[in-house]
Ligand binder design. Structure first.
Ligand SMILES: C[S@@+](CC[C@H](N)C(=O)[O-])C[C@H]1O[C@@H](n2cnc3c(N)ncnc32)[C@H](O)[C@@H]1O
Length: 320
């Protein structure tokens, strides 16, 4: 059986491109920071020889359980370990002896189909459900609490910053008016309020609530801070020759990844017309200048891949 046979749960995007960019070594140590349903993890595990090891992590405990079952079905050899943790906890759970030894790290950002398509998880503007959006269901703050507690200005700021939403101010105003009538408890009601708040022309480019849902999800799960923390930590755990692959689904994440990779490649901040005094040396290089996107066939077969952008970096210098 190949790992592709059990992908009904969540079809991993850019799978071949990811494996190629990671250049998986049989005896390597790999970290899948967003194992989700285990699509990418399973493929990495299949490439590993007896000495190779994989950590499959995700902050969503349900996903990790499913991923674990899937990996056990492939290799019951103790070659992998699953971890329920957010990016920001990486240095708390990664054993000391593995730091500086990671040959490949993958982060396939955003939400999985399982999270998105399960109405109960409250991520979807298409399927009505409780306004939840927590990736980690043990977390206290939900989308409902966020929508109920932020001021109009704060809502505007969230929609603008994390959703790049053009009609942020009018949507925030509509929400504040609506919640005076009754608490906003479902994804359906939030989507409806947004749809009524924007002008008809805003309904042409996909669902009008798409950006607001992205923004609320990012705020509830502190996605910006989480990704910043991961990008900060990565150079301290990679081995020389180690590869990092990050797949983003919207421009905010992709910009952060691109900027981090540029910093890793050109860490010196000294004025270009003066000699360098900081002594910071390049840590490596981007595998490709441009991001890698899905081919036409994948875009048709897996619509989620349409907005995916993969960036890869190879570390040549090690910090610790
Ligand atoms: C696109 S899915 C990954 C799918 C996976 N690659 C697969 O093939 O099944 C993204 C996953 O990242 C997880 N995630 C997002 N942000 C996270 C964070 N800060 N820490 C840990 N997991 C995170 C989500 O819970 C979700 O399961």
């Amino acid at each position: 059986m190949t790992s592709r046979d059990c992908n009904a749960w969540h079809t991993p995007v850019l799978l071949e491109e990811t494996i190629e960019a990671l250049a998986v070594r049989e005896d390597g140590l790999y970290l899948d920071m967003t194992c989700g349903g285990g699509g990418h993890s399973a493929e990495i595990l299949m490439q590993l020889g007896e000495k190779g090891r994989l950590y499959a992590a995700d902050r969503d405990a349900t996903s990790v359980r499913i991923c674990e079952e899937r990996l056990f079905a492939l290799k019951a050899t103790g070659q992998f370990r699953t971890v329920v943790a957010p990016f920001s906890a990486l240095t708390r759970w990664l054993p000391e002896e593995d730091r500086g030894k990671v040959n490949g790290l993958l982060a396939d950002l955003g939400v999985s189909s399982h999270q998105l398509d399960n109405a109960e998880r409250g991520f979807s503007y298409i399927h009505d459900g409780p306004l939840d959006m927590r990736m980690d269901q043990s977390q206290e703050e939900t989308a409902e609490k966020l929508i109920a507690s932020l001021t109009q200005d704060e809502l505007t700021c969230v929609f603008r910053t994390y959703g790049e939403e053009q009609y942020a101010a009018r949507i925030a105003r509509a929400i504040v008016l609506a919640r005076r009538e009754a608490p906003i408890r479902t994804t359906g009601r939030l989507a409806e309020i947004v749809a009524h708040a924007v002008p008809p022309k805003a309904r042409r480019g996909g669902h009008p609530a798409r950006r607001v849902f992205q923004a609320v999800r990012m705020a509830v799960n502190h996605e910006y801070d989480e990704l910043s923390k991961l990008l900060e930590t990565i150079p301290y755990i990679m081995a020389s020759g180690g590869r990092v692959v990050i797949i983003s689904f919207h421009s905010i994440d992709d910009r952060m990844v691109k900027q981090a990779m540029r910093r890793w490649e050109h860490p010196c901040e000294c004025p270009t017309d003066l000699p360098c005094v900081c002594g910071k040396k390049p840590l490596g290089r981007a595998v490709k200048r441009q991001s890698i996107v899905a081919g036409e066939r994948e875009k048709v077969n897996n619509p989620r891949s349409r907005s995916a952008r993969l960036r890869a970096f190879v570390f040549e210098e090690v910090i610790i």
